[in-house]
Design a protein around this ligand. Sequence first.
Ligand code: HEM
Length: 367
Amino acid sequence: MADGPSDARMTYGGYLRLDELLALQEGPEGYSPAPSNDELHFIIVHQTFELWFKLILRELKEARTLLTQSKVEESQIPVIVHHLERVSEIFRLLADQWKVMETLSPQDFLAFRDRLGTSSGFESWQMRELEVLLGLEQTQRVGGMDPLAHMQKLSEEGKVTEEVMKAFEDTNEKPSLNDALNAWLSRTPIHASLPESEGDEATVQAYVDGHLQAMMDHGEQVIAHMVRIGHGTEAGVRPRIEAGIEGARTFLLPDGKPHRGRAGLLFIESYRDLPLLSWPRRLLDSFVELEQAMLLFRTHHARMVERMIGRRMGTGGSSGVDYLDATTKYRVFVDLWAVRTLLVKREALADVSNAEFYGFSSDTQSS
Ligand code: HEM
């Protein structure tokens, strides 16, 4: 059989399978009476979200495949960034899409809310797979609400297909994007030293010690400045500055030894002007961007829900808005957020050794 274009004319409706797609808004089989205009709106908004979730999963799986290589080629980083940026854009769009939902008045929603029974967005398995794919830890979830156990239960009752469970388990078994990111970060060249380089441990230790020293020196300046301008006493300010430095020490030296991934992350963030680090830093920025967009999406959902049902319980049995607000505290890329607290202005940092390794040599030669 030829692989080329078929002789049959491709139509818009045929390509998009519009007949099938547009026949799916009437509610479950045998649903009677048929959905009102408001309920149709409710169904379409949900379906649209789920379609976007499908694309988000696909984009992020592509990104994960690229990032889990034992060596990520430099040329692949812009491709990963591209996938992440698309997902952030989709989340921004979705965060705005709650506005359309808000055109439903609370009273109009109540008119058909009972028909939903116990069904709830809480059961969106694409959303759950997405969280696991990103790397949200079970321990971070709001206590008492266990969506993964709930999914298992639905599967046992035959309400989630085997195919869905298989895709979910596959995602669960593979490294998450956060795992892949951390593995990649742990291979960051620090002052041109790679994990396999001779003396790498000593180089990383010296780098971390140097950074902590820069933080302490800067801390002393801040204390002196605050006291001088009357923004507090030394007794008030010092403990806060020292607690920050202690936090940095625990972050960089858990178990007393340098954490190579975190040291790599700090190095990229600190020396982000080095040409070789420009794409790695964009990659980090795109992860932060993605998580921020997702958190705003969660926040907007919670505000829409508050407007729609007030402080009522959710159809999924949660406390409702309080539960949704608690999920806005979730952070997957914890280290990327944490490192911000440790940054020191560029002038206070030591110069990078072997700058030519990071791409300054050609600049020097051409000038
Ligand atoms: C009138 C509109 C809506 C209301 C009142 C509402 C309400 C709620 C409530 C109260 C919860 C908490 C779980 C529960 O007890 O049910 C929830 C969860 C959720 N909703 Fe909505 N929702 C609405 C529309 C949507 C739409 C359009 C989507 C898009 C797919 C959606 C997606 C979700 C998701 C994914 C969760 C799980 C959040 C989590 O556990 O992290 N919701 N919703």
